[in-house]
Structures are given as structure tokens and as C-alpha cells.
Ligand binder design. Structure first.
Ligand SMILES: C[S@@+](CC[C@H](N)C(=O)[O-])C[C@H]1O[C@@H](n2cnc3c(N)ncnc32)[C@H](O)[C@@H]1O
Length: 294
């Protein structure tokens, strides 16, 4: 029986399942950018739902299904690879990792952690319970500490919760905030950055992504038109993440996905960024950040 879960009654939590489905679909690529053997189980029937939707799009546009799949999965594929690379290049030196809004991210189970690394994952209880249930027979590859918390709460109790779970304020930390800040309001993002920065000693590392302001506006238009299961929930966008993070003491390198290892071949000129109805000149865009606390 499928575990009770993440139904569309909580559409923001459900985005975690859509991301897992895209990671599962990436595994069907002839050269996947990463290996995630658990994504399909976590995504469940969302994989078939997406593929059947995209088949209809391909038919309606008279283009190959592969092209639709590439366009709809490439950001998640490149983002996952970017964050995997960030972790793989740093994990030998760090023993403490916090993944905020971890969703159905399976890195705690699939990366080559040192056995003494502690990984804290913060998300709402339903998401963490669902993941624990689906992966109940899979041993984590680290010391795994799931922590329920609301990242939007004005009292930032999630921070107290990770401290209670053992988080060490004197130890350099790797933070991942992947696919999260766009779902929060501006003041919530600033409080989140303030809180995690306060908990980070110099040398800590932050992997984060976000969308530009134009993408949030496009999401609002999608909501009005009753479209866009993911983008309609976007609330926060920023056009200068380097400056945003500098304000909290982080030195950031910022990338667009098509520039990360030149998009790993997923952003060819023949498949420009944009949608069927608009090109990219309306201020839309996404960014990926690799930052170090100074
Ligand atoms: C798009 S998913 C991304 C999940 C994961 N980081 C990944 O890339 O696969 C967004 C996640 O953020 C979580 N999230 C959004 N708002 C949250 C909040 N206020 N408190 C805790 N988690 C939140 C959702 O539950 C969901 O798991």
C-alpha cells in the first residue's frame, strides 16, 4: 500500500514529489547527470503522471517527447548535479550538514559520507515521515537526523530544534537550501538567512538556488490562469543573489544553469530557455549559488 502522503492538499509539500519524479525521469536518460536509485519509489505515480502529461504536450506541439522531457527536467537535473558536486567536493572536510526544506532529497542515503558526518534535514513532518516510510529498509549513509520545523515561522524554532538535535555552533557547516526560498515570503527568507548565518562559523559553505523577480511575476500570472503546479506557489525572487548573501556575510559565486559545465548539453541552442508562450526577455530566470562564510 502506498504510504499516506503528500497529496495535493498541501501543494507546497507536494512540490517535493514533483522534484523526485523529475529525478526519477533523469535516471531514464542515456547519460544521467547523477544516480538517484530512490527517486522513483519516492515519486510513486507522479512519474507516470508527468510522462503522460508531457506526451500530450509533445503531440500537441508535434515535437519529440525527448525534447519535452529535456526542457521540463533539465533545471532539476543540473541543479541536483550542482549540489551533489558541491557536497562531494567538500564533504571530506566537514562533519556537519544541514539540508533545509530537504523534501525527498536522498543525499543522506546515496552520497559517500564519512560515517561520522551528521546530516540534519529540516522539513514539515509529513514530508519527513513519508520519506522515512518509503526508505525504511534503506540505511542512511551518514548519521541522519531528520528535524520537523517550519522554515517560515517568525520564531525560527527550527533552529532551536536542530540545536536540540545536536547541531554544533562552533563547527563549520555545509548548508543546502535547494528549491526552497522561492516558496517563502521576503521577510521569511531574510529571517532564514539571518538565522542560518548566525549559526555558521567562517568557512561554512552554502548551496542555494532561487528565481529572479520576473519568474515570480510569471508564477503569479500562471496562478491567475490556474496553471503551473509549481510556479504558482513562488513568492520570493531576487535578481542579485551575490549582494543578497553578502548582506549576511557570505561570499557567493553565482551561476545560471546553462553555464554550469555549459549546461551538461541540456541547454543546446536548438532548445532555448523560455516557454511556449514567451521568451526569456521578461526578467525570468533561475540562479544557483555556491557560497562561503567569510
Ligand atoms: C520543491 S521542494 C524541494 C525539496 C528538496 N530540497 C529538493 O530539491 O528535492 C520544496 C520543499 O520545501 C519544503 N518547504 C517549503 N516551505 C517550507 C516551510 N515553511 N517549512 C518547512 N519546509 C518547507 C517543502 O515541504 C518541500 O519539501
Amino acid at each position: 500500500m502506498e504510504p499516506a502522503l503528500l497529496h495535493s492538499s498541501d501543494p507546497v509539500s507536494y512540490t517535493a514529489r514533483i522534484v523526485a519524479a523529475k529525478r526519477a525521469i533523469e535516471q531514464l536518460h542515456s547519460a544521467p547527470l547523477f544516480q538517484d536509485p530512490y527517486a522513483a519509489a519516492l515519486a510513486g505515480d507522479e512519474v507516470d503522471a508527468l510522462l503522460s502529461r508531457w506526451r500530450k504536450v509533445a503531440q500537441a506541439q508535434a515535437v519529440p517527447l525527448e525534447q519535452v522531457i529535456t526542457k521540463r527536467t533539465r533545471y532539476i537535473a543540473v541543479r541536483t548535479k550542482f549540489m551533489d558536486d558541491l557536497l562531494n567536493s567538500t564533504l571530506a572536510e566537514y562533519n556537519q550538514v544541514v539540508i533545509l526544506g530537504a523534501g525527498l532529497d536522498t543525499r543522506s542515503y546515496r552520497l559517500a559520507w564519512s560515517p561520522s558526518t551528521i546530516v540534519y534535514e529540516v522539513d514539515c513532518p509529513e514530508v519527513l515521515q513519508y520519506k522515512a516510510q518509503v526508505l525504511q529498509d534503506v540505511p542512511p549513509a551518514c548519521i541522519y537526523r531528520p528535524v520537523s520545523g517550519d522554515l517560515a515561522a517568525p520564531d525560527a524554532k527550527w533552529a532551536t530544534a536542530i540545536l536540540d538535535a545536536g547541531y554544533q555552533t562552533t563547527v563549520p557547516t555545509i548548508w543546502l537550501v535547494e528549491g526552497v526560498v522561492m516558496y517563502l515570503q521576503k521577510q521569511e527568507v531574510h529571517l532564514l538567512l539571518q538565522t542560518l548565518s548566525h549559526l555558521s562559523v567562517p568557512g561554512s559553505v552554502l548551496g542555494m538556488d532561487g528565481v529572479k523577480v520576473g519568474s515570480v511575476l510569471a508564477g503569479q500570472r500562471a496562478r491567475k490562469a490556474d496553471r503551473g503546479r509549481v510556479v504558482r506557489h513562488w513568492q520570493f525572487g531576487h535578481d542579485d543573489p551575490k549582494q543578497l548573501l553578502a548582506g549576511y556575510g557570505w561570499g557567493a559565486e553565482v551561476f545560471e544553469p546553462q553555464d554550469v559545465e555549459a549546461g551538461y548539453g541540456r541547454y543546446p541552442k536548438s532548445l532555448p530557455i523560455g516557454t511556449e508562450t514567451a521568451d526569456q526577455d521578461d526578467g525570468r530566470g533561475v540562479w544557483l549559488v555556491n557560497a562561503v562564510k567569510v
